[in-house]
Design a protein. Structure first.
Length: 252
């Protein structure tokens, strides 16, 4: 899989980075360059933070996705592309479409099968396992004695909003491991402010099971393809008999 952070690519380099360029295409083009789409040939291209793509470049991306071919900057030859495209964003793309900041045709082109990933605060069990993983990593990196979490620290982690999700948790644990002087990371080591905690009156987050996630994916696909079972099965990469059994199981 080739992973690309769209937000990290400047507007001037977008075409070159995504579609490639040939030698002499511009001043600093001293050699041919293979773009991300070509690098992902036959595999998966993951476009992270798709909502950050400049409006001026969205039409170019749409054209490539639609035609399944790219043309390197400075070249006239069309190169067929065979990839699986996955996009991710933490932005509200439908709202951006209404505001004119994201092309409607591009949105519908990439919105084939929607996977809604719940925020970290709604997955408390993963907070625990991820924290333990990060403690092990950073204790080894910084030669610290931390090996686990105190009960108080564990409860505090579960009460945090984690607006920055896993990246925020990772940074918090790294800092705590550095400050910790015992084998168990204490609540004070986490340095979590009161403003970062969920209000006790807020409803407790519910874990999303694998089955509920699967049901949501199937319902989204059924809606996208207007109940066409052949297209739904193809989009989900499952057989029609398997799809029938899932529809019956979830009462869809």
């Amino acid at each position: 899989m080739v992973s690309v952070d769209i937000g990290a690519i400047t507007e001037t380099l977008f075409e070159s980075e995504m579609f490639g360029h040939v030698k002499g295409a511009f001043t600093d083009a001293h050699a041919d360059h293979i773009g991300k789409f070509e690098q992902a040939q036959g595999t998966t291209l993951f476009l992270d933070e798709i909502g950050n793509i400049p409006l001026s470049e969205q039409a170019k991306l749409l054209r490539v996705i639609q035609n399944r071919s790219i043309t390197r900057v400075g070249d006239s030859k069309s190169i067929p592309i065979d990839i699986r495209l996955i996009c991710a964003t933490n932005m509200d793309l439908p709202a951006m479409v209404k505001a004119g900041r994201f092309r409607e045709d591009l949105f519908y082109r990439i919105n084939t099968v929607l996977l809604n990933l719940p925020p970290l605060r709604e997955r408390p069990d993963e907070i625990v396992s991820l924290s333990e993983l990060f403690i092990k990593q950073y204790a080894e990196k910084y030669h610290r004695m931390a090996q686990g979490l105190s009960e108080e620290a564990l409860n505090l982690l579960k009460r945090c909003r984690w607006s920055g999700n896993i990246r925020e948790l990772q940074g918090c644990i790294e800092k705590a491991v550095i400050y910790s002087e015992t084998e168990l990371v204490r609540a004070a080591d986490l340095q979590i402010r009161a403003s970062e905690l969920m209000d006790e009156k807020e409803p407790k987050p519910q874990n999303q099971t694998l089955e509920s996630a699967e049901e949501q994916v199937i319902r989204n696909a059924m809606k996208t393809y207007n109940g066409n079972l052949t297209l739904v099965a193809k989009a989900l990469n499952i057989s029609r008999p398997t799809l029938y059994s899932r529809l019956k199981k979830y009462g869809i």
